[in-house]
Every structure is written in structure tokens, then in C-alpha cells.
Design a protein around this ligand. Structure first.
Ligand code: PMP
Length: 287
């Protein structure tokens, strides 16, 4: 990969020169939040939604965010331009910064936060998982109880993905009390045989996906019945279709859950339609 330009606390620097303190609370305590915005044709997808959620995440943790949407949009655009990014993602991380030592207590409110952004080039529209679907393996949801906040505590999702890969799957679906919470890095959906689209309702148990919100709107526009409620692994295995949504995977069909084929082991028609509609709508609304 050619060398990237990375944004760190006001500066655009070569990636090997991008540095933060070893005392940064993001490093020591996972005291940080993040967002991932996709880029298509050099433009940002669902940018206002991602910034709204960033503000909410920071607010829930009493973390300062001394940049407004315009300033953050300028940084996203400048980084996209400097890296000539046509398709891929912009990753943003905000941490509570460094008080110069390790201390569980939050530092004073005058401690500057750390803001880092970098780009990742990736083919998103034309992807194998989008075309062929993915196989998921279930894992217990052993994350903390505030999954609605998009923190950088991603060790458990990484463990769940590793376990799913070891089981021969592409990704993990997490399960609590017999019910699917969400994917390791996406929201989980199923379509019942009577044509009702089901995804878990928002609560502290799952991340409020930005893609999830747009797909709910698109489903309504396509006259699909929608229910926001939890569902079990068995119900999903017997569903007409299953899929996942996220900023970088859009709508991706799920073709097997714990080796049980879903929808005959092929991507479903509704998932395909929603994926196309999401990409079209995203291109239209990109900034
Ligand atoms: N749930 C989890 C746990 C995630 O990590 C993600 C990806 N950020 C999502 C859902 C999907 O959210 P979005 O559509 O905003 O990418």
C-alpha cells in the first residue's frame, strides 16, 4: 500500500510520523469512541448520521468534542482528497487524551482530547460477500452493558470474529439469553416467511447502526412490513432470508448460521434489493 496521510490533532502527517502519547487514555483504558464513514466516488456516505452518533457517544461518556460538524467534514474531505480515496472508509477516533500519567479518574475538562483520522481503501460496492453472502457462527455476547456507545473496546468483538473464523464462518453473530443481539460489527436482520422484516429494537444492548436507520426507511419505501424486536438463532435459521448491515458492508446477505443454510444457502431477493437501494440512495445523498 502506498503511504497514507493521517490526521492527528490538527496535523496531516505521513502515517509513520503519526504519533500519540503512551499515556493516552484511548491506549490505557479504551477511553475513546470512533466512527467509520464509507466513501463512494470520493464522497462521504451518511456523514450527518455518523456525526450525530459521535456526539451522542462522546456525550454519554462526558467526553469533550471541540469540533463542530463543519470542521469534521472539512477534515474528512481533506483526508479523502490527500489520499485520493475513491472508495473505502474514513476511520475517526476521539479519545479523552492524556493527563501525562495513568489514573483511573478522568483528567480535568481542560485536557485536550485526541482526534485521529485515517483512510482505508476498499472495494465496497463490488465485493465477494455482497455478491455471495457470508456464513456466520454464533458466539455468546460477552461485551459490556452499554453497547449503544461506540467505544473502541473492541477486544471481545475481535475474539468473537476469531472464534467464528476458527469455526469456518466469515463473521460472528452474538447471542444473549437465546436471542441475537447483533453481529460482531454489524446489525442483524431476518425476513420471516410472511414477508416481515425483523431487526432488534434499539436499547443499551446494541449499537444504533446508521445503516440500520437508512435501511429501515428504504424498507418502508419498498412497502415491506417491519418489526423491531429480538429474534432467536432458531428463528433466524428458519427464516426466509437473513442479512447484516453496516457502513462498510452496506447490506450483506447471510447464507448460513452455525452451518445451517439460510434461504437455501443463497443470497435472498430482498437483501439484494435493499443492497441496491441502499447504494443508490447513498450515492444520491453523499457529500
Ligand atoms: N453493530 C456493531 C457492534 C458495529 O460495530 C457496527 C459497525 N460500526 C454496526 C452495528 C453497524 O453500524 P453502522 O451501520 O453505523 O456502521
Amino acid at each position: 500500500m502506498t503511504q497514507r496521510t493521517v490526521y492527528v490533532n490538527g496535523d496531516y502527517v505521513a502515517e509513520q510520523d503519526a504519533k500519540v502519547s503512551v499515556f493516552d487514555r484511548g491506549f490505557l483504558f479504551a477511553d475513546g469512541v470512533y466512527e467509520v464513514c464509507s466513501v463512494l466516488e470520493g464522497k462521504l456516505i451518511d456523514f450527518p448520521g455518523h456525526m450525530r452518533r459521535l456526539k451522542r457517544s462522546a456525550g454519554e461518556l462526558e467526553m469533550g468534542l471541540p469540533w463542530d460538524d463543519d470542521a469534521l467534514l472539512t477534515i474528512h474531505r481533506e483526508l479523502t482528497r490527500r489520499n485520493a480515496l475513491e472508495e473505502g472508509m474514513v476511520y475517526l477516533q476521539l479519545t479523552r487524551g492524556s493527563a501525562g500519567d495513568r489514573d483511573f479518574h478522568y483528567p480535568g475538562a481542560d485536557t485536550p482530547p485526541t482526534l485521529v483520522l485515517f483512510t482505508q481503501a476498499k472495494s465496497l460496492v463490488d465485493s465477494r460477500s455482497g455478491r455471495e453472502g457470508i456464513r456466520v457462527a454464533t458466539q455468546p455476547d460477552w461485551r459490556w452493558a452499554r453497547r449503544d456507545i461506540k467505544t473502541v473496546q473492541l477486544l471481545y468483538p475481535a475474539m468473537a470474529k476469531m472464534a467464528a473464523t476458527a469455526a469456518g464462518a466469515d463473521d460472528a453473530w452474538m447471542v444473549e439469553d437465546g436471542l441475537v443481539t447483533e453481529g460482531a460489527s454489524n446489525n442483524a436482520w431476518m425476513l420471516t416467511h410472511d414477508g416481515t422484516l425483523v431487526t432488534r429494537e434499539l436499547s443499551h444492548a446494541i449499537l444504533p447502526g446508521i445503516t440500520r436507520t437508512v435501511v429501515l426507511e428504504l424498507a418502508q419505501a419498498l412497502s415491506l412490513r417491519v418489526e423491531e424486536r429480538p429474534f432467536s438463532v432458531e428463528e433466524a435459521q428458519g427464516a426466509r432470508e437473513c442479512f447484516v448491515t453496516s457502513a462498510s458492508s452496506f447490506v450483506t446477505p447471510v447464507i448460513a448460521i452455525d452451518d445451517v443454510p439460510v434461504a437455501g444457502g443463497r443470497p435472498g431477493e430482498v437483501a439484494r434489493k435493499l443492497r441496491e437501494a441502499y447504494i443508490e440512495e447513498s450515492r444520491r445523498r453523499a457529500v
